[in-house]
Design a binder for this molecule. Sequence first.
Ligand code: HEC
Length: 123
Amino acid sequence: MIKFSVSSFRFSVRSIRSLKKSWLGFVGPALAVILACSSPSEQEFSGPELIGRLGCLACHGLGGSAAAGGFYLDGIGSRLSRPALKESLTHPRRRRPGVKMPSYAYVRPGELEELVGYLERLK
Ligand code: HEC
């Protein structure tokens, strides 16, 4: 009777250990994937890439591409300050009532900073 309970105790310890191992085996890689997705590397987005992805060139001209709306982003960095650039992206109508430009307030903070920094350097 005693022998039986000791061996069943050993069995349960062993099974807990193997459970722990498999738990780590699953959570480890899952955590690595989550970390890789949540911390984008700098290469993931850049000013020109964001300008393209967000469709700015559908209305604006830049670096030789024609401006459909007649408004060029070339040199915008010397015309507008950083706060003004940021506001014209997140709240276009606050600066220019009735302007037909969508709000980009939804853009992720890191991407918005990169985009504003890029526009600021267009001098
Ligand atoms: C649907 C068309 C459209 C899209 C898309 C668009 N814009 Fe605009 N944007 C405009 C118009 C129209 C103006 C006003 C131009 C004017 O009146 O001189 C403007 C103005 C601006 C201004 C100047 C605001 C000011 O107060 O002088 C900036 C900077 C700007 N856009 C950047 C961008 C960027 C960056 C993107 C992409 C993330 C973008 N726009 C997407 C239409 C658009």
